[in-house]
Design a protein around this ligand. Structure first.
Ligand SMILES: [Zn+2]
Length: 277
């Protein structure tokens, strides 16, 4: 039985999902050969399922939601299950108005799709009491592209937050609440940011899209097609996994198989991801 919540010191982390997408493996990782996949039987087929995962961090002064899934956004990718984020949040007895901070790891559409909701023809913040946060460098790039058809969702799901004064554009390392700090992890996008949780001597890292599938924990050079700067994302992935291993931190990943909690274990060839059971 997968567990959908876990504890890190005084924090509870809830894994909540907005459904999943089906990706073509060889389009997502065009540079990899069949041979590279041999040691990963879970990825032996041409298609694989990718969770659209968010996390709620509870137990500190602020209740934080990390990423808001795809919502109703149209992305032309096969998605058998969609728009489950709010019901999964409610299953933990939380309402949208309980969320104090919506932290966006980056501004790709599968991370911002439930920022705003249309009610009776009027767009409103889905989480009415929340301050939304995103790295300034991500905002600058995505905002520049908002007129392109593929980035129209920025106008709908992100720009109104800035107009309302509810979008906090942070830079570098910053604290969200006691024990929750940003770690800049650029490469996937310029401002891509992970979150470090520290409490009672325990540590967790919400890795965002620093890795999309568990084999990348071991194969840090595997940068998928959506990584904007593949060299930088590989470098970031390598140092992030070094840090996680050194700290014996819990990994929380929105795109690894649900619920996306795991640890790094040492293997003969280096390291590997072991899901929490
Ligand atoms: Zn993503």
């Amino acid at each position: 039985m997968p567990i959908n919540s876990t504890k890190v010191g005084n924090f509870d982390i809830y894994s909540v999902s907005d459904g999943y997408m089906i990706f073509q493996r060889d389009i997502f990782f065009p540079e990899l050969t069949m041979k590279a996949w041999e040691q990963y039987p879970s990825y032996s087929l041409p298609e694989f399922e990718m969770n659209i995962g968010s996390f709620v961090i509870k137990g500190g002064e602020k209740t934080i939601l990390v990423d808001t899934g795809l919502g109703k956004l149209d992305h032309h990718i096969e998605q058998p299950v969609r728009e489950t984020l709010l019901s999964e949040v409610e299953a933990f007895e939380l309402r949208p108005d309980d969320i104090d901070i919506v932290f966006l790891t980056h501004l790709h559409l599968d991370h911002v799709g439930t920022n705003m909701t249309k009610e009776n023809g009027v767009w409103k913040q889905t989480f009415p009491n929340a301050t939304y946060m995103v790295a300034k460098s991500d905002w600058e790039m995505f905002n520049r592209m908002a007129d392109k058809p593929a980035f129209q969702y920025i106008k709908e799901q992100v720009q109104p937050l800035l107009s309302n004064g509810n979008l906090d554009l942070f830079e570098g390392e910053t604290s969200l609440t006691d024990g929750v700090t940003t770690i800049p992890t650029p490469g996937h996008t310029p401002g891509h940011t992970s979150l470090l949780l520290e409490s009672e001597g325990e540590t967790a890292v919400i890795i965002g899209d620093a890795a999309h599938i568990p084999p990348q924990v071991e194969q840090s050079s595997w940068s998928p097609s959506p990584d904007r700067d593949k060299t930088l994302s590989a470098k970031t992935r390598s140092s992030l996994m070094d840090f996680i291993e050194k700290e014996n931190a819990l990994i929380a990943s929105g795109h690894f198989p649900k619920p996306g909690f795991g640890k790094i274990i040492k293997t003969d060839s280096g390291r590997s991801y072991k899901p929490l059971t």
